[in-house]
Design a protein around this ligand. Structure first.
Ligand SMILES: *Cc1c(COP(=O)(O)O)cnc(C)c1O
Length: 358
């Protein structure tokens, strides 16, 4: 059975060398005589893997000294709760609503304090990022939350909002795909299953001065300071997930790091959008200025043709192109692990389909 080009939004395609290395080391890691899955998380053999993984992420993202990195469980969604629980001192926070996950994050935070949605594109089905200039931020907000790439709608921030409150960023579907100036953020978090590794894992990057603001009611497992002090090991972490994340980080370093990936990602996205903009059948749905480089959303305008396309593409080894159930149409998720050839093959297939169906 040949591997397909998998355009799934998440869990998504992993780089083949990462899977091959994990396969090679599956039964016996190095000279340990056991699988990574069978190691004590407190053993030296495992803490070496953990330390290297953290060090590689710090290197890849040029994370400054005054930030901590931890690997948490519960995906990005768990952090929708952990963020207010760890940061709401004044019990007030600003949220920009740019998509479904942004909306869910704001809704969850409402359990713990006052949430001000200071800008939103919800009324326009999230086809753009709200203009970040001229937003009236809440003066004593504990933080401002954004979702930098909107996985379902295929939009991304071009400029960051400038609030005086710490910027908290859900980077799930864009982390490591483009350079980020970490010093502009208070917190960056990302579910792993898009650009990093297996699901169930969440990377959290937090500025040290934001630790220790935790509400008394915060469950201990969600307490960032506890997790930082325990090196992500207050309880047994997702040892296998962290190991695979580490393999992805090594692979990224071999590719030339984030700057090199960003270049390829721009090329991949341009190839697809250029085709869409000139197509007689397909049309991109996100406003051009805010188009995502990771999730490319498009339609034919005819749901039957959309369905026929998704089915035919799957038959040609181009899998998971169906759009999110809430919006329909198509979505090609082209994260770091999707090679340029995968996008070229998709565009060639779309041309063929167009010729037969326009
Ligand atoms: C996938 C995704 C999530 C949800 O991640 P889980 O790991 O399933 O909790 C949250 N935010 C964004 C932007 C996502 O793309």
């Amino acid at each position: 059975m040949d591997r397909v080009y998998n355009f799934s939004p998440g869990p998504s395609q992993l780089a083949l060398p990462v899977l091959e290395k994990a396969q090679k080391e599956m039964l016996c890691y190095g000279s340990t005589g056991m699988s990574v899955m069978e190691m004590s998380h407190r053993s030296k053999m495992y803490t070496d893997i953990y330390d290297q993984t953290v060090a590689d992420l710090k290197e890849l993202m040029a994370i400054p000294e005054d930030y901590e990195v931890v690997f948490l469980q519960g995906g990005a969604t768990q952090q929708f709760s952990a963020i207010p629980l760890n940061l709401m001192v004044n019990k007030k926070a600003d949220y920009i609503d740019s998509g479904n996950f942004a909306h869910l994050a704001a809704e969850e935070a409402k359990r713990y304090g006052q949430v001000n949605v200071v800008a939103s594109s919800r009324e326009d089905t999230y086809t753009y990022i709200p203009d970040v200039k001229g937003i009236a931020f809440t003066p004593d907000a504990d933080y401002l939350h954004i979702t930098q790439n909107n996985t379902i709608y295929g939009t991304r921030y071009v400029d960051l909002p400038e609030s005086s409150a710490p910027l908290v960023c859900d980077a799930s579907s864009m982390i490591l795909s483009e350079e980020m100036d970490v010093s502009k953020y208070g917190v960056i978090y990302a579910g792993a299953q898009k650009n990093i590794g297996p699901s169930g894992l969440c990377v959290l990057i937090v500025r040290k001065d934001l630790l220790g603001r935790t509400m008394d009611i915060c469950p201990k497992l969600l307490n960032w300071q506890v997790q930082v002090e325990k090196g992500s090991m207050y309880n047994t972490p997702n040892t296998w997930g962290i190991y695979v994340a580490g393999l992805t980080f090594q692979w990224l370093k071999e590719q030339g790091g984030v700057a090199a990936m960003e270049k390829i990602n721009i090329e991949k996205a341009a190839l697809l959008y250029d085709f869409l903009d000139n197509s007689k059948l397909f049309k991109a749905t996100a406003q051009p200025k805010y188009r995502s480089r990771m999730n490319v959303t498009f339609i034919t305008g005819d749901p039957d043709k959309d369905a026929a396309f998704v089915k035919a593409a799957a038959g040609a080894g181009l899998a998971n192109l169906k759009g999110h159930r809430s919006v329909g149409g198509m979505r090609a998720s082209i994260y770091n692990a999707m090679p340029l050839e995968g996008v070229q093959k998709l565009v060639a297939f779309m041309k063929e389909f167009e010729a037969q169906n326009a």
